[in-house]
Design a protein around this ligand. Structure first.
Ligand SMILES: Nc1nc2c(c(=O)[nH]1)N[C@H]1C(S)=C(S)[C@@H](COP(=O)(O)OP(=O)(O)OC[C@H]3O[C@@H](n4cnc5c(=O)[nH]c(N)nc54)[C@H](O)[C@@H]3O)O[C@H]1N2
Ligand SMILES: Nc1nc2c(c(=O)[nH]1)N[C@H]1C(S)=C(S)[C@@H](COP(=O)(O)OP(=O)(O)OC[C@H]3O[C@@H](n4cnc5c(=O)[nH]c(N)nc54)[C@H](O)[C@@H]3O)O[C@H]1N2
Ligand code: SF4
Ligand SMILES: [Mo]
Length: 734
């Protein structure tokens, strides 16, 4: 018996007559795939393909990357600066000179009237690194507000704070190659197959060759959980208890690496004392995981020759986000799993350049992982930029999640939003809307004019996006990779780099500072400032980066001169004994008690509200919502609901329902699936006026990151299904 076709009839690829391929790095997620953009003889961009010689993706792309070139023709792009006096007026087109002069004038007016810090700047993880560097120089050196932050506070802030607390510095110590060496992988609140598909493929390929154990900690049966040997469906917000219990078992049973602990860490005594309170029996009812499973998992992990921890938003987006990261680092440290092949504590990053902003934007400090709190750092940057170091604040200002409430209290009067869409991405949409309406002056700098925030802005600056400009991104494994310009930006829109330079010219003291005119000029400044630092990029340049398909930092000038092929020293951090970034070179083991402070389901609001992402969409859908090839999979806001509970409530697949929290309501379609437990729903956050109308977003005390994934809701049936469908899809047709 023959299966399949008798005669082969292979699919024929359409010949798109591509004449030129131009090199780029994908502009969606932080995997950092190398991608080529194809242009035909008419100069039109018609295709994308993965780059086979690139170590990251080895020719592959996910569904978003494959259709990324379609962006250049997507609807809703801005092509002229737009201005208006009041947000009730309609916008009028204006020139770049008038638009940037207005921005500078309003910034100064507000600062003179209400104080330097009354004007806030909020950026993103999606600009090119040279743009981040330039924005930092402008904000720290000329504007001088300390309330300068980015959407990375919604995303990677807990990982940053956790790394700093454990290791003395930010910087993920591992790399993707670790999958090829590891003997055990624990994944915390991370759905790799959907959110980082190419990292998942690297992991899966390694596991097919050597079947090592996979342990997934996620309240939902994600695609990754389906592949796991052990899926721990943890009660939301209780990871810290599980982490402490795992540490307890490892220390109690003597499975720790005492030689490593002695040579590389401080704090073991305090840790041992604290985790003694967290027996698996104590953790069982809190986490919803039985004590035997906790013991088994601890043994598998600790006995593996090398073991990796990875995590994403299930850990970071929690009131214990930073403690969770530190708890993960504790496990890696007590088992000696840092800086060795297959042994690491690797935070899987979010946006394409969330790493670049951490390294170079000066958002929470000064460039190159320098701190405002450090006098020598302030002096060094002051000298380099020709700015009086006394002009710099001496400690970090507000985070994004503190800037917004400060609009409510009147402390912040003006705001500049760059490449971020808080109307959809911040918790509690109604409150966010009122805050934006309350501003004296709001500038929105975005590639799309139809982004939700422009409804509340006084000035809109149209920006080029992704491969309409040139510069670098850093990915999850510290790889700096380049984007070359492949297409013209629409109309009069300009690159963010050029916009920052134009605004800088309107500040009276700008003659004393020089701003490089090209991204490669800015890269040269970054290189000079990186010498001898953790994130040393002094051996790199744009052409070498393209040639190597990305280079991991550190890559020093000395290594480049010696002809060392990258990555010379950059695969892993902390490979030497006592090479952590605290003065004595030792990492900190930190003891952490658990305080349950979440909103939890009760009689009135009986369901856990969980939220996150889908493979086909990126964030607030300003991009993927416009492309038929990605939007078609999930054009309608929906909610995953367990069939058992749907049965009890008389709800059917495809029916619209109203979800209600203490903050607001949202109308979504019911999608029945066993992925969620009967007491939980999952709603993707990609849709406007949807899950973030419900979310609470309590903050982590260290990172100020919101706990998006823990809130309580109730569900109501809707009689008028037609009206509900209209309401839920109001933002579908842009
Ligand atoms: N397709 C696609 N890919 C993306 C993005 C995108 O928008 N679309 N965005 C990028 C960005 S910026 C980011 S930050 C990453 C995010 O990547 P991920 O963090 O992997 O994605 P999420 O879906 O937000 O959340 C992951 C998981 O956390 C689980 N979770 C919820 N609560 C808890 C908890 O209390 N404990 C634990 N252990 N887990 C919990 C959820 O059930 C969910 O499955 O993805 C990046 N990649
Ligand atoms: N409920 C819930 N909420 C969440 C999350 C969750 O899991 N659950 N996740 C959080 C996380 S991890 C993140 S990272 C945030 C993301 O939240 P946002 O940053 O608000 O989301 P984006 O849609 O990525 O917004 C980026 C904006 O930049 C614009 N843009 C793109 N490229 C460019 C460019 O080159 N220049 C300029 N000037 N503009 C550009 C896009 O059009 C878009 O409007 O959402 C957070 N919100
Ligand atoms: S995995 Fe991430 S970087 Fe790679 S193609 Fe997909 S979205 Fe782009
Ligand atoms: Mo993110």
């Amino acid at each position: 018996m023959l299966f399949g076709r008798y005669e082969k009839n292979p699919i024929k690829m359409v010949d798109k007559q591509i004449k030129k391929w131009s090199y780029a790095t994908c502009g969606y997620c932080s995997v950092g795939c190398s991608i080529e953009i194809g242009t035909n003889a008419d100069g039109k961009v018609v295709g994308s393909r993965g780059v086979s010689g690139a170590d990251v993706n080895r020719g592959k792309l996910c569904v978003k990357g494959i259709f990324e070139h379609e962006l250049f023709e997507s609807s809703g792009r801005g092509d002229k600066p737009l201005i208006r006096e009041n947000i009730e007026d309609s916008y009028k087109e204006t020139t770049w000179n008038d638009a940037t002069a207005k921005a500078a004038k309003e910034i100064r007016r507000i600062q003179e009237k209400y104080g330097r810090d009354s004007f806030a700047v909020i950026s993103t993880g999606q600009l090119l690194t040279e743009e981040f560097y330039t924005l930092g120089k402008l904000t720290r050196g000329l504007i001088g507000t300390n309330n300068y932050d980015g959407n990375t506070t919604l995303c990677m802030a807990s990982a940053v704070s956790g790394y700093k607390r454990s290791f003395g510095s930010d910087g993920p110590p591992g790399c993707y190659e670790d999958f090829e060496h590891t003997e055990c992988l624990m994944a915390w609140g991370s759905n790799l197959p959907e959110q980082h598909p190419i990292i998942y493929w690297r992991f899966q390929e390694a596991r097919e060759k050597r079947d090592f154990p996979l342990i997934v900690i996620d309240p939902r049966v994600t695609m990754l959980a389906q592949k796991a040997d052990y899926h721990l469906a943890i009660t939301p917000g209780t990871d810290l208890v599980l982490l402490n219990a795992l540490a307890f078992v490892i220390l109690d049973e003597g499975l720790d690496d005492s030689a490593y602990i002695k040579a590389n860490t401080n704090g073991i005594v305090e840790l041992r004392t604290e985790v003694a309170n967290f027996t698996p029996e104590l953790a069982e009812p809190i986490c919803g995981i039985d004590a035997d499973t906790i013991r088994t998992v601890a043994r598998i992990y600790a006995k593996a020759g090398s073991a990796m921890n990875i995590w994403t938003m299930g850990i970071n987006q929690s009131t214990h986000g930073t403690d969770g990261v530190v708890g993960i680092n504790n496990l890696s440290l007590i088992t000696g799993n840092i800086g060795k092949p297959g042994g690491t504590s690797l935070s899987i990053t979010g946006q394409c350049n969330a790493m670049g902003t951490r390294e170079w934007s000066s958002c929470s400090g000064l460039p190159g992982y320098r701190a405002l709190e450090n006098e020598a750092d302030r002096d060094e940057i002051g000298k380099f930029w020709n700015v009086d170091p006394e002009f710099f604040p001496k400690k970090r200002g507000m985070a994004q999640t503190d800037i917004f409430p400060a609009i409510e209290t009147g402390e912040i009067k003006g705001l500049w939003l760059i490449a971020t869409n808080p109307m959809t991405s911040m918790a509690n949409t109604d409150r966010t809307r009122n805050m934006l309406k309350n501003l004296d002056f709001l500038v929105v700098q975005d590639s799309y004019a139809d982004v939700e925030t422009t409804e509340y802005a006084h000035l809109y600056l149209p920006a080029a996006t992704w491969a309409e400009k040139e510069g670098v991104f850093t990915n999850t494994e510290r790889r700096v990779n380049i984007v070359r310009k492949a297409a013209e930006a629409p109309g009069d829109s300009k690159s963010d780099f050029d916009i920052f330079n134009l605004i800088a010219k309107h500040f009276s003291n700008s003659e004393e500072m020089t701003f490089p005119e090209s991204p490669s000029g800015a890269f040269e400044e970054m290189k000079a400032l990186s010498k001898g630092r953790l994130a040393d990029i002094s051996g790199m340049d744009h052409d070498l980066i393209e040639k190597q398909r990305g280079i991991q930092w550190p890559y020093t000038q000395a290594e480049a001169k010696s002809g060392a092929t990258p990555p010379a020293g950059g695969k892993r951090l902390y490979t030497e004994t006592a090479s952590f970034r605290y003065p004595d070179g030792k990492a900190k083991l930190i003891a952490m008690p658990f305080v349950d402070n979440n909103e939890v389901p009760d009689e009135e609001y009986p369901f856990w509200l969980n939220s996150g992402r889908l493979v086909e969409h990126f964030h607030t859908r300003t991009k993927t919502g416009k492309l038929g090839n990605t939007n078609k999979y999930s054009p309608i806001p929906f909610m995953e609901l367990n069939p058992q509970i749907a049965d009890e409530m008389g709800l059917e697949q495809g029916e619209y329902v109203r979800c209600i929290s203490r903050r607001g309501d949202a109308v979504v379609m019911v999608m029945l699936t066993q992925r969620v437990a009967p007491n939980m729903v999952f709603i993707p956050f990609h849709y406007y006026d949807c899950v973030n109308r419900l979310s609470l977003g309590l903050l982590d005390p260290y990172s100020r990151q919101p706990a998006y994934k823990q809130a309580a809701i109730k569900i109501e049936k809707i009689e008028d299904q037609e009206a509900a469908a209209k309401l839920s899809m109001q933002r579908r047709n842009f």
